[in-house]
Design a protein around this ligand. Structure first.
Ligand code: NAP
Length: 155
């Protein structure tokens, strides 16, 4: 069965986005995202794909949209989260890479979360969903200057 991992960078107020983009510029986090997701399929919402604007190399990109006319030559399209996960099918791990709507929908099915926890509470309009800490345990933490890479496993 395909394991589902959410990967996100969030402020201490759970902000993940502002005006369709991320409210910070953290090159080290982008490197970490690349290294973590490389070789695995990624599922993302259509709005997040619009902010990136292209497929990222070395990873299948599956975009969720309700618009049945939407397409992009470099990505696969799904019209529900379930269909996106089905497309990701044979992989052992699929990364759900945002944004807020898609994290919220995928959270109940996720086994793992790889979060960049930023020591700041920037203004924003898009949030990582609230989650029940009793259902998760921290399995890894790497502290950096101003943020930490933290892994949580369900259970
Ligand atoms: N900090 C981070 O780690 C991080 C990561 C990713 C994104 N972000 C930020 O998050 C923001 C975007 O997040 P968002 O919540 O606005 O949008 P989103 O989750 O990226 O995309 C929402 C869109 O996905 C499609 N969608 C969602 N659920 C669906 C379903 N069940 N079936 C079919 N299609 C579905 C719809 O597309 P259609 O409208 O085309 O139907 C919907 O409008 C941006 O600011 C971005 O920069 C931050």
């Amino acid at each position: 069965m395909t394991a589902i991992t959410l990967i996100a960078a969030l402020g201490s107020n759970r902000v993940i986005g502002k005006d369709g983009d991320m409210p910070w510029h953290l090159p080290e986090d982008l490197k970490h995202f690349k290294a973590t997701t490389m070789g695995h399929p990624m599922v993302m919402g259509r709005k997040t794909f619009d902010t990136i604007g292209r497929a990222l190399p070395g990873r299948r990109t599956i975009v969720i949209t309700r618009d049945t006319t939407w397409s992009h030559p470099e990505v696969e399209v799904a019209h529900s989260l379930a269909d996106a996960l089905f497309l990701a099918g044979p992989a052992d791990e699929v990364f759900v890479v945002g944004g807020g709507q898609v994290y919220a929908e995928a959270m109940p099915f996720a086994q793992r979360m790889v979060l960049t926890e930023i020591d700041a509470a920037p203004e924003g309009d898009t949030f990582f969903p609230e989650w029940d800490r009793a259902q998760w345990h921290e399995s890894a933490r790497e502290q950096r200057d101003g943020f930490a890479f933290v892994t949580y496993e369900r259970g």
